[in-house]
Design a protein around this ligand. Structure first.
Ligand code: FES
Ligand SMILES: [Fe+2]
Length: 469
C-alpha cells in the first residue's frame, strides 16, 4: 500500500498534504481501515439511563444500537434485522416498549439480550430447523468507560485497556464518568471531520479567532506592531502540549491561567476573574457555569490567607460548595487541577475540555461519503448534586451554525473559520498546510497514527499512561 501512497496524502515532518482533507478516496480508505477497526465513542450513558432505552450510532454506512438491558448492563448490536435486513432503529434515540425489540417489517422480536423470541411462521425457515443463533442480534464489541460507550467493529479489536492507557488516569481523575448531560448539540459542518476537530487542537488561534478572550494579544495580532514584551503575555505561550502513543494527546495551561489566579493586575482581581469566567458562561454555557462565577464573587471581602492566592481560594470554595451538595468533583491534585481549561484528545475524534466539575466534549465524524462534510457534536456536561437526578441526554439538531440563537459566540467564532479552511484546502494554491512544531503537535501526532491505521501498521503494544499522583 505505501508504495502506491499518493503524494497528496502524505504526512510531512512539518505539515500535512491537503488531499487528506479533500480526496473522496482518502475518506473511503478511512472508512475501510480506520472506522472499521478503531475504538470510537458511540454514546454517552446518559442517552440510555432506563432499561429499554436505546441510542443509535451511525458512522458511514454502519449503524449500531446501544441498549440498556434489564440488568443495567449495556448491549451493542448491529442495527439490522436478521430476517431481511431492516434497520431495527430508524435512527435517533428512543425506548423499546416492554423491553422488546420488534422489527417493523414482519414483527420478529428479540429481548434486550439480543435473543430472538418470536418468528412468525418459524417452521418456514431453514427447513424448520431455524436455530436461535441464526436469528440472534449480532453484537458489536463495546466497553463502557468514563460515561461513554466505546464500540469497535473489528472482530478482534485492540484491547481497550491498551488503547486508552495513555490518557486513562487523566480522564478518570477529571471525573468525566460522573459528568452528566447539561446540553448536547449536533451541528452540520461543511468541512472534513479532521479540519473541524483540528480547529480545537490548540490555543494558538485564540488571539485572532476569539479576540474577546485575549484582547491585548488580539490587538497585537490583528492591529498592532508586534513587540517581544507584549507578546510574552500571549496565553498560548503558557500552554503545554503533549502527544501520546495511539494518537492521543493533551494540552494544558499550567500555572499562568486565571483559574490558577493569574490575572494581569489592572483593577479588582475578583471582578477581573469573574468577568473572564463570564466570557465562557455567556460565550459557551459550558465548562464554566453561572454558579461558578457566583462562587468567585462570594470571595469578595474575604481576606486571602498568607501564602494562598485568589485562584487557590476559588478552588477551595468550589470544593466546599460541591461537598455541601454532595456533588462529585475532579480529584483535587495538581495534575488534575492543571487540566482545567485544557484539553484531552482521544484518538480519533473525541475531545474533552474539562473544568471545575463541568466538561465540554466534542465528537466529530464524517457525514456520509462527502469529505467536505462532517457532524460536529458538542456535549456540555456537569456533575449534579446528589439530590438532583440528571436528565436523559437529548440532542438538539442545529440547522444553521452561524445562527446566534442556536450557537453561542465562542463556538460560532470557531465555526466561522472551519468551512473557509475546507474551501482553501481545495485551492490549487494549497498543496500542503504547515504545522507549528509545539503548538500544533497534536495534529501531526493524530495524522501519524491515522496513517498507521490506513497502512495497516497500527501497533497495539501496551504503553504506559500519564500517571496522576
Ligand atoms: S425484515 Fe425484520 S422481520 Fe422481516
Ligand atoms: Fe476556538
Amino acid at each position: 500500500m505505501s508504495s502506491a501512497w499518493p503524494e497528496s496524502w502524505r504526512v510531512l515532518d512539518h505539515g500535512i498534504r491537503s488531499g487528506r482533507y479533500t480526496d473522496p478516496a482518502f475518506a473511503r480508505l478511512e472508512y475501510d481501515k480506520l472506522w472499521s477497526t478503531v475504538w470510537q465513542a458511540a454514546a454517552r450513558l446518559d442517552e440510555i439511563p432506563e432499561v429499554g432505552d436505546y441510542a443509535t450510532y451511525d458512522i458511514g454506512d454502519q449503524s449500531v444500537i446501544v441498549v440498556r438491558a434489564e440488568d443495567g448492563s449495556v448491549k451493542t448490536y448491529h442495527n439490522v434485522c436478521p430476517h431481511r435486513g431492516t434497520a431495527l432503529s430508524g435512527g435517533g434515540n428512543g425506548h423499546f416498549p416492554h423491553c422488546k425489540i420488534i422489527c417493523p417489517f414482519h414483527g420478529w422480536r428479540w429481548n434486550l439480550q439480543g435473543q430472538n423470541e418470536y418468528v412468525l411462521e418459524r417452521g418456514e425457515f431453514r427447513g424448520g430447523q431455524l436455530q436461535d443463533s441464526d436469528v440472534a442480534l449480532r453484537a458489536v464489541h463495546h466497553v463502557v468507560f468514563a460515561g461513554f460507550v466505546f464500540i469497535n467493529f473489528d472482530r478482534n479489536p485492540q484491547p481497550f485497556d491498551d488503547f486508552i492507557a495513555p490518557v486513562r488516569e487523566l480522564i478518570e481523575g477529571l471525573a468525566i464518568g460522573q459528568m452528566h448531560h447539561y446540553w448536547w448539540k449536533a451541528l452540520p459542518v461543511a468541512a472534513n471531520w479532521k479540519v473541524a476537530q483540528e480547529a480545537f487542537f490548540e490555543g494558538y488561534h485564540v488571539p485572532a479567532t476569539h479576540p474577546q478572550l485575549e484582547p491585548d494579544s488580539a490587538d497585537i495580532v490583528m492591529n498592532g506592531t508586534p513587540s517581544a514584551e507584549a507578546e510574552a503575555h500571549f496565553a498560548h505561550r503558557n500552554v503545554h502540549t503533549e502527544k501520546y502513543p495511539h494518537g492521543h494527546g493533551r494540552f494544558f495551561a499550567g500555572k499562568k491561567t486565571p483559574m490558577q489566579g493569574h490575572v494581569r493586575q489592572a483593577g479588582d482581581p475578583i471582578e477581573m476573574m469573574a468577568a473572564r469566567l463570564n466570557l465562557l458562561v455567556e460565550g459557551m454555557d459550558a465548562m464554566v457555569l453561572k454558579e461558578d462565577v457566583e462562587i468567585v464573587r462570594s470571595l469578595k471581602d474575604k481576606p486571602i490567607p498568607e501564602g494562598s492566592s485568589l485562584g487557590a481560594e476559588y478552588v477551595k470554595a468550589l470544593y466546599t460548595t460541591a461537598a455541601q451538595q454532595q456533588r462529585p468533583m475532579p480529584r483535587p491534585v495538581p495534575e488534575i487541577l492543571g487540566m482545567w481549561g485544557g484539553e484531552i484528545f482521544v484518538f480519533p475524534n473525541l475531545l474533552i475540555l474539562p473544568q471545575a466539575g463541568n466538561a465540554m466534549i466534542y465528537r466529530i465524524r464524517p457525514d456520509g461519503n462527502d469529505p467536505d462534510r462532517c457532524i460536529f457534536e458538542i456535549f456540555s456536561t456537569r456533575t449534579y448534586p446528589a439530590a438532583v437526578k440528571p436528565p436523559r441526554a437529548e440532542v438538539r439538531k442545529i440547522t444553521d451554525i452561524m445562527d446566534p440563537e442556536q450557537v453561542l459566540l465562542i463556538p460560532r467564532q470557531d465555526f466561522h473559520n472551519i468551512p473557509r479552511m475546507q474551501k482553501g484546502l481545495h485551492s490549487r494554491g494549497c498543496k500542503q498546510i504547515w504545522l507549528a512544531v509545539e503548538h500544533e503537535k497534536m495534529i501531526l501526532n493524530m495524522h501519524q497514527e491515522l496513517d498507521r491505521y490506513l497502512k495497516g501498521t497500527a501497533v497495539d503494544t501496551p504503553v504506559a499512561g500519564v500517571s496522576v499522583a
